[in-house]
Design a protein around this ligand. Structure first.
Ligand code: GFB
Length: 325
């Protein structure tokens, strides 16, 4: 990509989209196109058609999706499947009709089977049953992958699909009911410290294992793959290490300097027992993550403290522009 190329970031206000914009601007890209959801509803076919016809982007990062944590996925499966199928189908189809040079579609590690062998290799896709708490979202993302592959096969489109692990960082969703675990716990511990509470509730048993990648690393990987990856097979993005939720909670407790106890609420779902991606494929191409978990969470907590009022007053952000895959 040249710095003058026209690049559309779908989902630019979300976790991933905003990180891609920070990265591109830092590299001197000057022709970035975005549109807010009040000006362009990506679920509306005709609006997306008009937008592509007018803007004619050369490259597309498809980071727009309806996303949320385990409870949001479990509570709103209809919205997760309907909105995501529409958003991605409209963008992928218009990218084809408007001769976009290359498109990168962001999937999610929840596309893999619930009981997949660990670390999860790309070829385990569709080899077994999905985790039921997020199967509607996962099916939508799998449809997006298959759509990119079908357009590549039938029309020769350069549409690639990348599968990031659980992400965190600036511009996340901090709405406790709908958020992913990391932002939810940052907010819970921070507010418990301020209110001098003696405990914080962590959902589930604390035993599930998750891999967390800082979103600036994920954005960096997306840029790298846009430049260096030409295959239709999916490719994982992760750092290759995981932790239990209890370990993550203890780390956040330490970083936020909360002095009380953790209480595990086992009435809340654990979700899939383990999600650790095999990242041999992207590592072999020459990309490696740069931000370790502790520094990444410290940086995220500093951003959260500095922009606390913004994060807690913002409208509920499950519709992405807010991608946290
Ligand atoms: O991040 P999370 O909501 O999503 O939850 P998943 C991860 C784990 O953290 C689960 C536990 O075992 C939760 O029970 N947990 C503990 C909490 N305390 C909390 C809390 O306060 N809030 C939340 N949210 N969890 C999502 C999928 O699965 O991962 C999405 O539902 C997407 O589709 C995303 O793929 C990356 O990792 O379980």
């Amino acid at each position: 990509m040249k710095t003058s190329d026209k690049i559309y970031i779908a989902g630019h206000t979300g976790l991933v989209g905003s990180a891609i914009i920070r990265l591109l601007e830092g590299k001197g890209f000057t022709n970035i196109v975005t549109s807010t959801s009040s000006n362009l509803d990506l679920r509306e076919q005709n609006q997306v058609k008009q937008f592509f016809k007018k803007e004619k982007p050369q490259y597309v990062f498809l980071a727009a999706a309806k996303v949320g944590g385990i409870m949001a996925n479990q509570t709103y499966p209809a919205e997760f499947i309907y909105d995501n199928l529409l958003i991605q189908s409209n963008i992928i189809n218009e990218a084809y009709h408007n001769e976009v040079e290359k498109l990168l579609f962001l999937g999610s590690s929840c596309i893999y089977p619930k009981n997949a062998l660990q670390p999860i290799r790309e070829e385990y896709l569709l080899s077994d049953y999905l985790e039921p708490t997020n199967d509607a979202y996962a099916i939508a993302k799998i449809a997006g992958i298959k759509m990119c592959q079908a357009y590549a096969k039938q029309y020769g489109c350069r549409f690639i699909s990348v599968m990031p692990t659980n992400l965190y960082g600036p511009c996340d969703n901090y709405n406790i009911q709908n958020a992913h675990v990391l932002p939810a716990l940052i907010r819970k511990f921070h507010e418990a410290k301020i209110a001098e509470k003696d405990n914080v509730t962590v959902w589930g048993t604390g035993s599930p294992r998750r891999e967390f990648l800082h979103v600036d690393d994920a954005a960096n990987a997306c840029f790298f793959l846009m430049e260096n990856y030409e295959h239709t097979e999916i490719i994982n993005i992760g750092l290759g290490k995981d932790n239990t939720i209890a370990e993550i909670a203890l780390l956040i407790k330490e970083i936020t300097r909360f002095e009380g106890k953790l209480v595990f609420d086992e009435s809340k779902p654990d979700g899939t027992p383990r999600k650790l991606l095999n990242v041999d494929k992207i590592n072999a191409l020459g990309w490696h993550s740069q931000i370790d978990l502790e520094n990444g969470i410290r940086n995220t907590y500093t951003d959260f403290e500095e922009r606390y009022d913004y994060y807690v007053t913002q409208k509920e952000r499950t519709v992405f522009g807010n991608n946290n895959v």
